[in-house]
Design a protein around this ligand. Sequence first.
Ligand code: ATP
Ligand code: MG
Ligand code: MG
Length: 381
Amino acid sequence: MTTVGILGGGQLARMLALSGAPLGLRFLVMDTEPDACAGQFAPLLVGDYRDEAALAEFAGRIDVATFDFENVPAASAEWLAARVPVFPNPRALAIAQDRLAEKTLFRELGIPVPEFAALSTRAELDAALATVGAPAILKTRRLGYDGKGQFRLRSLADADAAWDALGAQADKVGLILEAFVPFDRELSVVAVRGRDGEFRAWPITENWHVDGVLSASLAPARVSDALADAAIAHARALAERTDYVGVFALELFCKDDRLLANEMAPRVHNSGHWTIEGAETSQFQNHLRAVLGLPLGATRMLGHACMLNWIGAMPDAGALLGEAGGHWHDYGKQPRAGRKVGHATLRADDAAELAAALTRVGATLAREAQVAPVVGRLTQP
Ligand code: ATP
Ligand code: MG
Ligand code: MG
């Protein structure tokens, strides 16, 4: 009996555990919160990721460790890796945790990125603005998620406001200024690399964010084969350079058919949730296969799929479940403003059918604004 340890007990751990059950796997989830939603399906060890005694107990009860939470302290990941196999490896995790290290690596690999400059003082912000230009986004280097720890500067006149918002964090997490990209669309590559180096990517996904939080994903993205090949080649280069094992996502901006990399996520990713019903093998299943050294499953998709995130509170499931290709995921979390509490996936054999289903669901749930950009993309000539 193999036990997979997961650091972090949110919905990603929950979906990993659900996906691993048919493989006969056992799980142990570690989280700082006693009500972590993965705990509804897997034994939960409540503890601080920095606490050696808690980590030792965790290590003693598992055969292999992986992550649901990308900000597990690098030192804790390394401590664990000295005792049990840990995938992805702590070095890859550390790079993905720091926007500066991540963007520097992208550049080294020839993956285009927006202009950027690291900074830690108010004077350095002025210097960074002089090189990066405006509009720009000031971000914390570490610990940001769902668009938190970011400030948008429309012009140089916003420098004071940006510093007021994030300057206090400069010492603790570092700051980075990035050029604002007036993108046409946002894309992601969700890919997996096995212990033996085998690499597979799912079809490219197009993503829509609202206030920095993912709102909807569509797969396959309507992009040329050349663009898809380039995006997947970037993801592959990244995985090979970091000796990555498991699933990860590479987030990309697309402007005039040019790709610019935004960030990588060293874990299964929200933009890959559609793979549960929309692909031959889901990202969760392939992540587990990768970390266990099992053969990877095919990543081809079945028709067209759209994932809608439910933020704050769950809508009524009825409209969605009434659709032939409708699939419901309630993470079992308490409602809270801005919190990801669930998602739905609609799948259809052709694009017109998917657009029609999305339109019906959007109208019934009063989510017209959420489905509109996806329907627009599906119905564009
Ligand atoms: P995630 O939840 O994806 O980890 P995050 O907090 O790490 O989010 P980013 O992915 O960097 O943050 O930014 C969130 C969103 O904000 C992006 O998906 C994009 O919509 C927008 N954004 C971020 N950086 C830029 C940029 N340089 N130019 C334009 N838009 C941007
Ligand atoms: Mg991020
Ligand atoms: Mg992101």
